[in-house]
Design a protein around this ligand. Structure first.
Ligand code: ADP
Ligand code: ADP
Length: 232
C-alpha cells in the first residue's frame, strides 16, 4: 500500500547539503495505522512529504496504491495524489471559504458538478460531526472543528491513504483524543491506510498499529506498538 525503498532526500548541495532522509525503507500494509515518531529536525516532515511527492526524493522509490510515484508527473501525478489525502498541523483551510466550500474544493478542482459535490460533501461533514456548521467560516471554529473540516476535505477525493503531518500538535489533549478517535473510525469503517508523523508519544500509543523511530534521517527502529513501548 505504501512502500518506501532506499529513499533518501538531500536538501542543497556541497558544503550546505542537509541529508534529511538516508536510505529509508518502510512498508505499510493496506488498512493499517502506522506512526513515525522523532525529534524536531529528524526528518519526519520530509518523510511524509516524499510519500505524495510534495518533496521529490533524491534517491530510492516510493510506491503508493501500486504506483511508483517518482515516475509520475503532471496529470498522472495529480491523479495519483487524489488517492492520497493529507492533513496538517495548522489545518491549511482557506479562510475566505466556508466549511462546505473548503471540503468541496478538491472536488471542484477535479471537475465535479455542483449536484455531485453536494452529494459527497454533506455525508462527509456528517461523518466528521460538522453537519451543523456547513455555512460557518474557519475563523468561527475551534481548532478541533477546523481539523475535522480538513479531514473531510482530505477524504473528499476518496483516498485510499491518509497522511497526517503533526495533525494533533496544535490541539489540547482532550481535542487530540477526539481527533484520534475520528481517525481510528475512518481507518476502521472506510479501510483507509493511515501514516502519521508526530513528536508526541501518546498519539502513537493510542492509535498506531506499528511505529517507527526516525533519528537523523534514518528509520532506526520499527515494531508493533505494544513491543515498541515495552520496557526491556
Ligand atoms: P522534522 O519534521 O522531523 O522536524 P524535517 O523533515 O522538517 O524534520 O527536517 C529534516 C532536516 O531537513 C532538518 O535538518 C531541516 O532543517 C532540513 N530541511 C527541511 N526542509 C528543508 C528545506 N526546504 N531546505 C533545506 N533544508 C530543509
Ligand atoms: P459511494 O462511494 O458508494 O458512492 P458515497 O460516496 O455515497 O458512496 O459514500 C457513502 C458514505 O460513506 C458517505 O457518507 C461517505 O461519507 C462515506 N465514504 C465512503 N467512501 C469514502 C471515502 N473513501 N472517503 C470518505 N468517506 C467515504
Amino acid at each position: 500500500m505504501i512502500e518506501l525503498s532506499n529513499v533518501s532526500k538531500t536538501y542543497g548541495s556541497g558544503a550546505d547539503a542537509v541529508h534529511a532522509l538516508r536510505d529509508v525503507d518502510l512498508h505499510i500494509p493496506e488498512g493499517s495505522i502506522h506512526g513515525v515518531i522523532g525529534l524536531s529536525g529528524a526528518g519526519k516532515s520530509t518523510l511524509i512529504r516524499c510519500v505524495n511527492l510534495l518533496e521529490r526524493p533524491t534517491g530510492g522509490s516510493v510506491t503508493v496504491n501500486g504506483q511508483e510515484m517518482t515516475r509520475l508527473d503532471g496529470q498522472a501525478l495529480n491523479r495519483a495524489r487524489h488517492r492520497i489525502g493529507m492533513i496538517f498541523q495548522h489545518f491549511n483551510l482557506l479562510t475566505t471559504r466556508n466549511v462546505f466550500d473548503n471540503v468541496a474544493l478538491p472536488l471542484e478542482l477535479m471537475g465535479h458538478n455542483r449536484a455531485s459535490i453536494k452529494q459527497r460533501v454533506l455525508p462527509l461533514l456528517k461523518l466528521v460531526g460538522l453537519d451543523d456548521k456547513v455555512q460557518q467560516f474557519p475563523a468561527q471554529l475551534s481548532g478541533g472543528q477546523k481539523q475535522r473540516v480538513a479531514i473531510a476535505r482530505a477524504l473528499a477525493s476518496e483516498p485510499a491513504v491518509l497522511l497526517c503531518d503533526e495533525a494533533t500538535s496544535a490541539l489540547d489533549p482532550q481535542t487530540t483524543g477526539s481527533i484520534l478517535e475520528l481517525l481510528r473510525d475512518i481507518n476502521r469503517t472506510l479501510g483507509i491506510t493511515i501514516l502519521l508523523i508526530t513528536h508526541e508519544m501518546e498519539v502513537v500509543k493510542s492509535i498506531c498499529h506499528r511505529v517507527g523511530l526516525i533519528s537523523d534521517g534514518r528509520l532506526v527502529e520499527e515494531a508493533e506498538v505494544g513491543d515498541f513501548f515495552t520496557a526491556p
